[in-house]
Design a protein. Structure first.
Length: 470
């Protein structure tokens, strides 16, 4: 075709209605005969990391033949795979347990991050698993709306490499940050991470995948408020040009087993510590909702908004008692859980490769799978543990209550009598639909290590690309 300009016009479908042209729109221009250079002002906040050999980006969901023929007898062939990452650090400034669903490659992603004050270090990790380079803009917002950060545009992420963006350097002294990552050329997989210190005392850190489908209806399938010294916050970001008015409904968990029709899930105002009034997220910014007064337990959080939003839950766990000798405070650990579009549950089967997770944390104790039925009706799911050959080791049916109440199933309960070393995967099937979350708590001499993640459902095609030769 020769030198010239290729313009790719990408129209994004609305994640709820599927209507083309609604939602975010972007256009990209690139020279055909060479890769466009990055914006020269992008260098300051970017730290180059190692090459493709150390990429933490997971493979995209793909088929897995489990060797089982039916939902009643197992999980069907062609089950999707949703990867997980796990890391444990027991000492030092980065002490913490990190568990996260794998990020998806996209042209537009959003991440909610913690504060950028003294001792806080939120980061964005931009990974490019593709064979061509990507040019990325990072746009930030805080409690008052969008922030001006010209040094975060034109970031070059080379093929098979990743770049780290120091958000605290771009937007200091914020209580919370909404980051929007837009790939002008190519696609990237985005994760948010962070750690914090109070003097020399580590306050934990975690990793979460970016959200790629803002929506007016979101769900956090499984979040936990513990005993002792704990903090629980919900961050909600408005991704558009207008504020978003958001209503929250906090629903306590029910134990796994037969559903109790007489047990009605309360609305948010009926749960002590949950907000009874709507909250407002500023345009392009984030609102921080303190939910630390919720009673100890596990919950699903449902959000309904008049404009597209993203949301994340963050909490801490900290033991009671006095600091150990040499420290001025008690270490804590923090976890992050991302919200999911309510309209995108798993209606097929999904496999989570939990073998590395169980090996990292020393068994199935402390690991819980949270399940929520979509919509007001209930449902049913089947959960199974698989070995490395995809053969079923143990299984349990789970009734999903109506009205969005979550059910928690501990992996130790499911794996009773099994050698955890034999477990390679956790499989979930539901013909009625299910949202999934995962939480992990690991005992430690300095206090519990905690982590969690939501499991994003299958993402339908959301864009149409038209190439125009100028």
């Amino acid at each position: 075709m020769g030198p010239g300009v290729l313009r790719a016009e990408r129209l994004f479908a609305d994640p709820v209605t599927g209507a083309a042209g609604e939602g975010v729109a972007a256009s990209v221009e690139a020279l055909l005969d060479r890769f466009p250079p990055p914006d020269p002002v992008a260098a300051a906040p970017v730290v180059r990391l190692a090459g493709a050999g150390s990429l933490q980006t997971c493979p995209a969901p793909g088929p897995l033949d489990t060797g089982v023929e039916s939902l009643d007898g197992g999980l069907p062939a062609g089950t999707a795979v949703r990867g997980l990452t796990v890391q444990t650090v027991r000492t030092g400034d980065d002490r913490g347990l990190q568990v996260a669903a794998c990020p998806e490659t996209a042209t537009a992603s959003w991440v909610l991050l913690g504060g950028t004050g003294v001792g806080q270090e939120p980061r964005l990790l931009l990974a490019n698993p593709g064979e061509t380079g990507a040019v990325v803009d990072v746009r930030l917002g805080g409690g008052d709306g969008s922030l001006l950060t010209p040094a975060s545009t034109g970031i070059l992420v080379s093929p098979g490499e990743q770049a780290e963006v120091a958000v605290d350097a771009l937007a200091p002294d914020q209580s919370a940050v909404l980051a929007r990552v837009v790939a002008r050329v190519g696609t990237v997989a985005v994760s948010g991470s962070g750690s914090a210190l109070a003097g020399l005392v580590p306050l934990g850190g975690d990793t979460q995948p970016a959200e790629t489908s803002p929506s007016t209806s979101l769900v956090l399938p499984w979040v936990t408020v513990g005993g002792g010294r704990t903090e629980a916050r919900l961050l909600v970001g408005s991704v558009g040009d207008s504020p978003a008015v958001v209503r929250l409904r906090v629903v306590p968990a029910q134990p796994a087993g037969p559903a109790d029709p007489a047990s009605a899930a309360p609305v948010g105002s009926e749960v002590r510590g949950a907000p009874s009034e709507p909250v407002v997220a500023p345009a392009g910014g984030v609102v921080d909702v303190d939910l630390s007064d919720l009673p100890a337990g596990s919950y699903a959080v449902h959000l309904e908004s008049d404009a597209p939003v993203v949301a994340s839950w963050t909490g801490t766990a900290q033991r009671d008692g006095e600091p150990v000798e040499g420290l001025t405070g008690v270490p804590a650990d923090r976890w992050w859980v991302q919200a999911l579009p309510s309209a995108a549950p798993w209606r097929s089967s999904v496999v989570l490769p939990v073998g590395p997770l169980l090996a990292e944390v020393g068994g199935a104790e402390g690991t819980t799978l949270g399940l929520v039925a979509p919509g007001a009706g209930g449902g049913r799911a089947r959960v199974a543990l698989l070995d490395a050959a995809g053969q079923e080791l143990a299984s349990q049916p789970v009734d999903l209550p109506a009205d969005g109440a979550p059910v928690g199933l501990t992996l130790a309960q499911l794996a009773a009598g099994l050698d955890p070393a034999l477990v390679a995967s956790l499989a979930v099937g539901s013909a009625t639909g299910v949202h999934l979350g995962l939480s992990v708590q690991l005992p430690d001499v300095d206090g519990p290590l905690v982590a969690g993640t939501s499991v994003p459902g299958p993402q339908p095609p959301t864009s149409q690309v038209r190439l125009v030769r100028d």
